[in-house]
Design a protein around this ligand. Sequence first.
Ligand SMILES: Nc1ncnc2c1ncn2[C@@H]1O[C@H](COP(=O)(O)OP(=O)(O)OP(=O)(O)O)[C@@H](O)[C@H]1O
Ligand SMILES: [Mg+2]
Length: 230
Amino acid sequence: MDKVNIPPEHVIAQTIRINKSVTMGPETINILNDVSLTIYGGTSASISGISGSGKTTLLGILAGLDLPSSGTVSLLGQTINDMNEDQRAQLRCGKVGFVFQSFHLLPNLTALENVSLALEVVPNSNQIRERSLAALEHVGLAARSRHLPSQMSGGEQQRVALARAIVTKPAILFADEPTGNLDYATSAQIEEMMFSLCKDFHSALVVVTHDKALAKRCDQHHVIEAGRLV
Ligand SMILES: Nc1ncnc2c1ncn2[C@@H]1O[C@H](COP(=O)(O)OP(=O)(O)OP(=O)(O)O)[C@@H](O)[C@H]1O
Ligand SMILES: [Mg+2]
C-alpha cells in the first residue's frame, strides 16, 4: 500500500456548517450547532471543551465514522455526505487512524493480533506480522505482543490502540482523549509518541484533550462549548 501524503496547503478533513441532532422519543437533542472546521495535511489540531460539549461527536464526524444531520463534510478530498457506511469505510481504510476514548481493543485477541487487524483489512497488505511487531516496538511494547488486553495496564492498552491506529501510516490520525485515563508520566509518553509518529509519517493529527500543554503544542486549537466552536 502506498502512503497517501497530503501536504499542509491541502485540506485533509473539513466540516462546513454542520449540525448534529438526535431524536429520543419526543425530544430532539442538538449536539453540534453550525460547526465549521478545517484540518490541513500534516498539521495538528486540538479540540477541547467540558464533558458533553460534543467533542467525540465532532471527531467521529470529521473522521467519517458518523454523518451530520446537515452541513457538509469532506475527508481526503471527497465529500462524504452521500456515502453509505461501506463507502466511508473504504475511503478510511488504511488512511485514517482512530484512537478511541475507551481503547476499543478486542478482548480475545493479543496485542499483536489487535494491531494486525488494521492491516488485514487493507487490500494487498504484506508483511503484516513484521509491520505490526514494528508498530508495537515503536510504542515500547514489543515484549507484550502475546498479551491479551486484560493482561495489560490501561496505559499499555492505550499504546496498543495507538500502534493499531498508526500501523498503516495513516494520512490523518484522530485521537479521542488518548491520555484521559492515564497518569502524568504515561500521558506524557503517549503524547510524545503521537506527535513523533505523526511527524515521521507526515500525518495530520486531530486530538481531543483536556491537557492544556498538549493543546498548545498543536498548530490549531479549538474550544467547543455546548456544541458550538468558540
Ligand atoms: N447517540 C446519541 N444519542 C443521544 N445523545 C447523544 C448521542 N451521542 C451523544 N449524545 C449526547 O451529546 C452530547 C455530546 O456527546 P459527546 O460524546 O460528543 O461529548 P464529549 O464532549 O465527547 O464528552 P466527554 O468529554 O464526556 O467525552 C452529550 O450530551 C451526549 O449525551
Ligand atoms: Mg468524548
